[in-house]
Design a protein around this ligand. Structure first.
Ligand code: HEC
Length: 110
């Protein structure tokens, strides 16, 4: 009897952990995509950020990561597939890119 009670408990805790929403998963992936989080450069919601300010030949300069909320899906995929000067190259699956796209373009996110 004890055994069954335990099984039931384990099972219910397992099930509870499975219920994260698509949005929660998307947010997790956005801030932890096997590499430096997109949020660190593009902002929590993809709104864009100034990553660094520095001086070059006496002139004040800024290094910015652009807003990424208004790309077409095609261009978003292309951007994640090529090498950039500042942005690291990621090796994400189609599904992962799809869900990141969902995250940064989602209305709930605004
Ligand atoms: C180290 C900072 C950094 C990180 C981390 C980063 N990016 Fe970027 N991203 C940039 C910068 C800077 C650009 C502008 C192009 C360039 O110079 O690399 C850019 C450009 C882009 C673009 C547009 C590219 C274009 O063609 O204009 C997209 C889309 C994008 N990033 C998505 C992401 C996603 C999604 C992630 C996470 C998987 C991510 N970035 C992580 C810095 C970053």
């Amino acid at each position: 009897m004890k055994f069954f009670a335990c099984m039931l408990l384990c099972l219910s805790s397992l099930l509870a952990e499975d219920f994260i929403t698509k949005m929660e998963y998307a947010k997790m992936l956005y801030s932890n995509p096997r590499g430096i989080g997109c949020n660190q450069c593009h902002g929590e919601k993809g709104e864009g950020l100034v990553i660094a300010r520095y001086k070059e030949k006496g002139k004040q300069k800024e290094l910015k990561a652009p807003a990424i909320t208004n790309f077409t899906k095609e261009n978003f995929f292309k951007a994640l597939d090529k090498s950039h000067s500042v942005m690291p190259k990621y090796f994400l699956t189609k599904n992962e890119i799809e869900i990141l796209y969902f995250y940064v373009t989602s209305e709930v996110n605004r």
